[in-house]
Design a protein around this ligand. Structure first.
Ligand code: 6CN
Length: 235
């Protein structure tokens, strides 16, 4: 699914009419858009199958479901959640296992494999004090465990570029290539270009796109920035 080298993932934290309008506006941007991220704001209101169905009527981008946040329960429930998500037509599912531990993460990855959706794992979050209740090396442990389970796609903060470098280096030491999807650009303080320079492969962008007067133009503008940053990046 993420065979792209680089791309933008609009986060559609809006109502369904607006989500469809944005999908319609960007549907021709095949090089720029790597997927669409949907989450609780859309899906608690309208239901996951309906949201996925409506978006797929408009465009054929992969749909990434970010339950904000999943993979937080007992392993049995997490397995069932992955099945429900896959049956709704979702292509990739984001996990945030920070509060749930290793058995839950293992069940999540296993179930994603069984139901043929791509598991994506959040390593650390973008907002201040996110780790107040976590051990210091929680993110590194999640990364190591996830890589061992076969996960290759991760979410890590665009507004903490030094952390992106660290995660890419940990993967390199394990002789694995990972992709990083980075939220936190614009209102959360990160730059799409500085994130890509530091190791992000995809930028997840919510407000900067859906609040723009011309979402399509904003996508093109951001792509231009990340494309230049990628060309100058040293792997
Ligand atoms: O670009 P915005 O700040 O408007 O939105 C960022 C999007 C939201 O959908 C938020 O839930 O990225 C998500 N996100 C994720 C992890 C994280 O640490 N911080 C985030 O903002 C994810 N996935």
């Amino acid at each position: 699914m993420f065979n792209y080298q680089l791309g933008i993932i609009p986060a559609l934290d809006v109502d369904i009419q607006k989500a469809k309008k944005i999908a319609e506006a960007v549907k021709g941007l095949k090089k720029e858009i790597a997927g669409l991220k949907i989450g609780s704001i859309l899906c608690w209101q309208h239901g996951l199958p309906k949201v996925v169905g409506e978006l797929k009527k408009v465009c054929d981008f992969p749909v990434i479901f970010d339950a904000q946040k999943a993979c937080t329960d007992i392993p049995d429930i997490v397995r069932k959640q992955a099945k429900v998500v896959a049956n709704a037509g979702v292509n990739a599912f984001i996990a945030a296992p920070q509060g749930a531990g290793s058995a839950t993460l293992t069940a999540f990855v296993d179930a994603c494999k069984e139901y043929q959706i791509v598991p994506i794992v959040v390593l650390e979050m973008t907002h201040p004090e996110f780790s107040a209740f976590l051990s210091r090396d929680a993110a590194e442990k999640i990364l190591e465990k996830s890589i061992d389970l076969g996960v290759r796609n991760f979410v890590a903060p665009a507004n903490k570029p030094e952390r992106l470098k660290l995660y890419k280096n940990i993967a390199k030491k394990k002789r694995k290539v990972i992709k990083i999807l980075s939220p936190g650009v614009g209102p959360q303080g990160g730059g799409p270009d500085t994130a890509v320079e530091a190791g992000a492969d995809f930028v997840i962008v919510g407000r900067a796109i859906y609040q723009a007067e011309e979402p399509k133009e904003e996508v093109k503008r951001i792509y231009d920035l990340i494309d230049k940053a990628y060309s100058s990046r040293k792997e």
